[in-house]
Design a protein around this ligand. Structure first.
Ligand code: ATP
Ligand code: MG
Length: 231
C-alpha cells in the first residue's frame, strides 16, 4: 500500500476528534472519503499531512510519517489541496504556482499549463480575482508543482457550479492517469461515486463503511443512513 492509516487518533487540544481511523490508498488508486459535516474528514487529511496532533500508524511508501512535520511529509511526495483552496489572493497565478517550489521548474510549469490552459491565460492575474472554479484549479496545480505521488484533496467541488464539478472530476482522472494517486474528501456523493475506485464513509471520527462505488450505489440505505442522501 502506498498510504496506510492504522488506528489513527487526532486531537485539537483536549478535544479528541479521530477515534481510530483505518484506511489505505494503493498505488494508482483514487480513493474517496464521504461523510456529513464535522465527522472528521478534514482532520483525517490533516493528520496525514501533519497539521494536527495525532497518534497511531501512518505509513507512506513503507515509511512511518506519523512523527514528521508537514514540510517533510510534503517532500516525501504528498500533495495537499486544502478545503477552501487557501491560495494567496494578493499574488498572481504564476507566483502562487512557484511559491512553494524549491526552484523554478519550467518543465513542470509547462506541463501544468497544458493541464490547465486557463491558468496560463491568466498567469499575470491576481489569484484573488479568479472565479471559484479557477481558484480551485490553481490550488490543485500548486500541489502538483511539487510532483507528488499522492495528492490529498479536501472538498474540491465545494461551492462550485455543476460545470466546474464536472471539470474537477476530469482533472482528477487526468492527474491519476499521469501516475498520481488521489485521496478525495467529498460532500458531493454523486461526484465522488463517479470518480473514485473505492470509497470510505466516516461517522464520529471513525470509518464505518467501505466498498466499491458500484456496491454503494446498490445500497441506497447506507447513503441515507450515513450521508442523508436520497437516491
Ligand atoms: N481547529 C480546531 N479546533 C478544535 N476543534 C476542531 C478544529 N477543527 C475541527 N474541529 C472539530 O473536529 C471535528 C471534526 O472536524 P473536521 O473539520 O475534521 O470535519 P469535516 O468532516 O471535515 O467537516 P466538513 O464537512 O464540515 O468540512 C468537528 O467537531 C470540529 O468542530
Ligand atoms: Mg472538512
Amino acid at each position: 500500500m502506498m498510504l496506510t492509516l492504522r488506528d489513527v487518533h487526532a486531537f485539537y487540544g483536549k478535544s479528541h476528534v479521530l477515534h481510530g481511523v483505518n484506511l489505505e490508498v494503493g498505488e494508482g488508486e483514487v480513493v474517496g472519503i464521504l461523510g456529513r459535516n464535522g465527522v472528521g474528514k478534514t482532520t483525517t487529511i490533516k493528520s496525514i499531512i501533519g497539521l494536527v496532533e495525532r497518534k497511531g500508524l501512518i505509513e507512506f511508501n513503507g515509511k512511518d510519517i506519523s512523527g514528521l512535520p508537514p514540510y517533510r511529509i510534503a517532500r516525501l511526495g504528498i500533495g495537499y489541496v486544502p478545503q477552501g483552496r487557501m491560495i494567496f489572493p494578493g499574488l498572481t497565478v504564476f507566483e502562487n504556482l512557484i511559491v512553494g517550489a524549491k526552484e523554478e521548474n519550467s518543465d513542470k510549469l509547462k506541463e501544468i499549463y497544458e493541464l490547465f490552459p486557463r491558468l496560463e491565460e491568466r498567469k499575470e492575474q491576481l489569484a484573488g480575482t479568479l472565479s471559484g472554479g479557477e481558484q480551485q484549479m490553481l490550488a490543485i496545480a500548486r500541489a502538483l508543482m511539487l510532483e507528488p505521488d499522492l495528492i490529498l484533496m479536501d472538498e474540491p467541488t465545494e461551492g462550485l457550479m455543476p460545470l466546474m464539478v464536472t471539470r474537477i472530476k476530469e482533472v482528477v482522472h487526468e492527474i491519476n492517469e499521469r501516475g498520481v494517486s488521489v485521496l478525495l474528501v467529498e460532500q458531493n456523493a454523486k461526484m465522488a461515486l463517479e470518480t473514485v475506485d473505492r470509497v470510505y464513509i466516516m461517522e464520529k471520527g471513525m470509518i464505518k463503511y467501505q466498498s466499491s462505488p458500484d456496491e454503494l450505489k446498490e445500497n441506497p440505505d447506507i447513503l441515507v443512513r450515513y450521508l442523508g442522501v436520497k437516491t
